[in-house]
Design a protein around this ligand. Sequence first.
Ligand SMILES: [Zn+2]
Ligand SMILES: [Zn+2]
Length: 275
Amino acid sequence: MPPVNNGYWGEPTATIDWCEENYVYSYYIAEMTNTITNLIMIILPLWGIMEVIKQELDWRFIYLHSSILIVGLGSWAFHMTLLYGMQLFDELPMIWGTCFLIYYLSEVQKSSFSKKMFSNQPLFIFLSLFAVIFTAIYLLWPQPLFQHISYGVLVFTTVGMDLRLLKINECKTCKKIFLISAAIYLFGFILWNLDKIFCQNLRLLRLNIPGAFDPFTQLHGWWHLMSGYASYSQVLFIIHASYDFKNEKQTRQNMELQTWRYGFSLGWFKKSHDL
Ligand SMILES: [Zn+2]
Ligand SMILES: [Zn+2]
């Protein structure tokens, strides 16, 4: 461990201190790159919420975007302070938010949007119990690996559900969204690991290159950018797949949802015949 320069937030109390050196650029921000890169998980969901409103999509998708927004805010607070309470604000919403995604993935195939927020009660109760039990255990036993594995299991579940939906609906747009976001997420996860494994080498490298290149070597920050984009795309996937299964009355007549603005937006366009 290198010497820790204490900043405004004092001695780190989190159970993890990432590879980025603490309080290098600011007295108020412990890990600058790892903090700033969370903007993607704040800006994209806010953009997504605006789009849901503008395109008059089902109101529940606002909650899906919001669950990513909460993780982004939590992760910002965690990397900015390295305080244990803020670590929980990042890690617990990651678990709850992914449970929420799983719930909505299970609703995709319905032919209409139900009026209730949670119509599949058994699954809702199961996922709630999972989230509550995880939270109780993690508070008593704050072992980061336990959080990482639990999160990993949930991510694998969403991937499995995505693949199943792709097989059923054979939608080209959904397939494109899935492939791009899965590849980016996987690449980000590789960087997350490399940042941990080669931390000493990366720190040494940073001592020997101009400061302007520093952010490029903060692989955990790159993980934020990539997982943030992939999570946002996962919500777009759920939205598109949901409308693929909805009956005519639930969609706009002679219109179909398409991705545009380089995959950052979904909008209604006139049905084209060559699709
Ligand atoms: Zn992080
Ligand atoms: Zn689709």
